[in-house]
Design a protein around this ligand. Structure first.
Ligand SMILES: [Zn+2]
Length: 206
């Protein structure tokens, strides 16, 4: 899943690429014998596989995946995982529990600490029983994936996360926007690096 974006510095600017080139794209020096001013390192991949993160709040594009299809936070779908990594999500099909691979490239919004696991599952089960999560009650504007996750988080009483969950605006500002902003940088870099291209970042002032 990780495309393996590499960053290095040879003769000045930072160079980003998918695989290390033979020659420096800035000064054409042979990199097999070169001295790097910053040794090549893998740029951290921001996405996670939901099933490997128990008791988590997760987001992904409603359609497709982040690297190829994401444009803005309006298109995001939100869900949670149970203590065993089962994904629970609410959409036009109603409330579903599954472990399918549609959540293999998502962002971790937050994750509850170990001692909370039992309380997390219990609260999730209680909230899941509410009739408003039947498919016939789904409404794209008024009763959607956010309604479910925020209702669950409010009931959970988990510190600041639950406080923020009382308002969709506050929750998005504090928990969604920071994650999508940092992932957005990775996504735009990835898209620029397609087809063996490089990205050369001159540092400010040079
Ligand atoms: Zn160079």
């Amino acid at each position: 899943m990780d495309p393996g974006i590499v960053c290095f510095q040879h003769c000045g600017p930072k160079v980003f690429c998918i695989s290390l080139p033979e020659y420096c794209p800035v000064c054409t020096a042979d990199l097999s014998v070169a001295n790097f001013s910053l040794m090549p390192f893998r740029v951290p991949y921001p996405f996670i596989r939901a099933s490997q993160h128990p008791c988590a709040v997760i987001i992904k594009p409603t359609v497709g995946d982040f690297l190829h299809d994401y444009y803005n936070s309006m298109d995001l779908h939100i869900g949670v995982t149970t203590s065993t990594g089962t994904i629970v999500e609410f959409d036009r099909h109603g409330l579903r529990r599954h472990m399918n691979d549609q959540w293999d490239q998502c962002l971790l919004v937050d994750q509850a600490a170990m001692p909370w696991r039992e309380h997390w599952d219990k609260t999730l089960l209680q909230v899941s029983k509410q009739k408003c999560w039947l498919s016939k009650n789904y409404n794209e504007e008024q009763n959607n994936c956010y309604s479910f996750v925020l209702t669950f988080l409010e009931n959970l009483n988990y510190g600041n996360l639950s406080v923020a969950a009382s308002s969709k605006t506050v929750f998005c500002e504090n928990y969604i926007v920071p994650r999508t902003t940092s992932a957005g940088k990775y996504i735009s870099l990835y898209r620029k690096l397609q087809d063996g291209r490089y990205c050369i970042h001159k540092s400010a002032g040079k």
